[in-house]
Design a protein around this ligand. Structure first.
Ligand SMILES: Nc1ncnc2c1ncn2[C@@H]1O[C@H](COP(=O)(O)OP(=O)(O)OP(=O)(O)O)[C@@H](O)[C@H]1O
Ligand SMILES: O=P(O)(O)OC[C@H]1O[C@H](OP(=O)(O)OP(=O)(O)O)[C@H](O)[C@@H]1O
Ligand SMILES: [Mg+2]
Length: 279
């Protein structure tokens, strides 16, 4: 039975659970449950704090887990990333009072507040900067205004939390983070199935199915507009010199592609969702 660590709280938890449900696994009925056995799919879920997931997976207590790249690196765990999961994208940045800092070297000798001392400490050491890290649990953006630090290092997504705290980003990007599937050993039985299922969810979210009819003489031009992941499926239309084409396209490009195909002479252009996929 594959043992999977899933975030129980925070920014990762809702989307992680949603992805697993879309991948066909059982969901928690009780939102506070710590453990869920999904016998039908041969997996067991453990709902843990996102920060602890790399520790459980790195120690081998659990086989595989979902966490952020920043949390994985901060933990110093022996686990490594196997797949990016397409959500919780963020950057990890330094910020301070506007005008006070401009380069990384300006941090020499000052206090930097963070919830990720492992990640930030490694980054500063690698760049030869000596700062005093002030470890906080969260809401680190308030640390400067409240006088416990001179600068902060934290997750930035829209930047609105920093702006609201009157802080400005400076210095290099510490890390680009995203949600990951992590393990110590991707050959553990069952991980391949989990990976294919999650990949299937990403395809179903990111792609749609496009169908259209086109005069056969224009087929080459039409399939050049949208050539699909492998190659389009083409079937003859009965009694006419037209062809029916079926191809997967990125969801975000669907309307642009439909416009281009219509201009070319395609008709009966239909887009439909993909509910699940194994490519
Ligand atoms: N605003 C955000 N946008 C995108 N990703 C985020 C955001 N905030 C946090 N994350 C990511 O989510 C992961 C977990 O962080 P999160 O803040 O949810 O955990 P936490 O701080 O332990 O929980 P909580 O904030 O509920 O106490 C990290 O990988 C982080 O990069
Ligand atoms: O750039 P933004 O879109 O504003 O997002 C970034 C903020 O989101 C997270 O906070 P969270 O809600 O997890 O609170 P925390 O700081 O207490 O962890 C993160 O720690 C930043 O504070
Ligand atoms: Mg947080």
């Amino acid at each position: 039975m594959l043992r999977i660590a899933v975030p129980n709280k925070g920014s990762l938890s809702e989307t992680a659970s949603e992805m697993l449900r879309e991948a066909g696994y059982a969901g928690r009925r009780d939102p506070k449950a710590l453990h869920l056995l999904d016998e039908r799919n041969g997996v067991e879920f453990f709902f843990l704090r996102p920060r602890d997931i790399a520790t459980y997976v790195g120690s081998g207590a659990l086989d595989v887990g979902i966490t952020g790249r920043d949390l994985l690196l901060d933990s110093g765990s022996a686990a490594h990333e196997v797949d990016a999961l397409g959500f919780a994208d963020s950057t990890f940045r330094f910020a301070g009072t506007p005008g006070r800092f401009s380069t990384l070297q300006d941090l020499d000798g000052v206090r930097v507040a963070t919830s990720y001392p492992g990640l930030v400490g490694d980054f500063l050491a690698k760049h030869g900067v000596t700062a005093t890290l002030v470890k906080l649990d969260g809401a680190v953006e308030s640390a400067v205004r409240l006088g416990v630090a001179d600068a902060v290092a934290d997750v930035v997504s829209t930047g609105s939390t920093l702006r609201a705290a009157g802080l400005e980003i400076f210095g290099p990007v510490i890390l680009e983070s995203t949600a990951l599937l992590i393990t110590t050993d991707e050959t553990i039985p069952g991980i391949d199935v989990l990976r294919r299922r999650l990949q299937g969810v990403l395809v179903a979210r990111g792609y749609v199915m496009l169908d259209y009819d086109i005069p056969t003489a224009l087929l080459e031009q039409a399939t050049a507009v949208a050539s699909g992941i492998e190659s389009p499926t083409v079937s003859p239309l009965h009694g006419r010199d037209w062809s029916a084409v079926r191809v997967m396209i990125p969801r975000e490009d669907a309307n642009l592609i439909m416009d281009a195909l219509y201009d070319l002479g395609a008709r009966a252009i239909l887009v439909s969702p993909i509910h699940a996929a194994r490519l």
